[in-house]
Design a protein around this ligand. Structure first.
Ligand SMILES: [Zn+2]
Length: 178
């Protein structure tokens, strides 16, 4: 057995199925072990190189399994603050600056639900300004209606931060910059 490499700066690696479908996020250490065992191949790598006793290997950012595995997925993406931030690119949907909170589009005090189609990422200022008012009262508009995330990529990323280098494999839009 190849001994696991000592230190890796890239903490996490996206693991793809043999079909290139995203499966899960593993530690880079785990990904290196898979590549060295020829159970996976590197698809995208970081600049850092990791050295073991016999080989030097660029740290994998994305790896693909050499053999297909069948994985059942849960039906729904759990609604969490981090998942909403991931969906909305960590940007306030109203002004585009850095999001710090979750806003209920229809305020909860007015019967708005805590569901995917009524929550958005918002900055402190917009959230504070909006308070218990509706968008119509403020004359604000949403760039697009909030949607329930779907697909394997979303199911696995529900509660994680996203390495920008994974986004093309996850079918996710680029992060909106302020
Ligand atoms: Zn804002």
């Amino acid at each position: 057995m190849t001994p696991a490499p000592a230190r890796v700066t890239t903490a996490a690696t996206l693991l793809l199925n043999a079909t290139y479908e995203p499966l899960c996020v593993v530690s880079s250490r785990r990904a290196i072990v898979l590549v060295l065992a020829e159970k996976a191949e590197s698809v995208d790598t970081a600049a850092e190189v990791v050295h073991s006793e016999s080989v030097s290997l660029p740290v994998p950012v994305v790896v693909r399994l050499t053999r297909y595995v069948r994985v059942p997925y849960p039906a729904q993406v759990p609604l969490s603050r981090r998942a909403v931030f991931t969906r909305d690119g960590s940007a306030c949907v109203y002004c585009g600056s850095s999001a710090t909170s979750i806003d209920h589009v229809v305020p909860r005090s007015r019967g708005g639900t805590h569901t995917w189609d009524n929550v958005v990422a918002a900055c402190r200022r917009c959230n504070h300004t909006k308070a218990d008012r509706s968008l119509a009262e403020l004359g604000w508009k949403l760039p697009h209606p909030p949607r329930t995330p779907s697909g394997a990529a979303w199911r696995l990323l529900g509660a994680r931060t996203v390495d920008p280098r994974w986004r093309e494999w996850l079918g996710m839009p680029e992060t909106v910059s302020a």
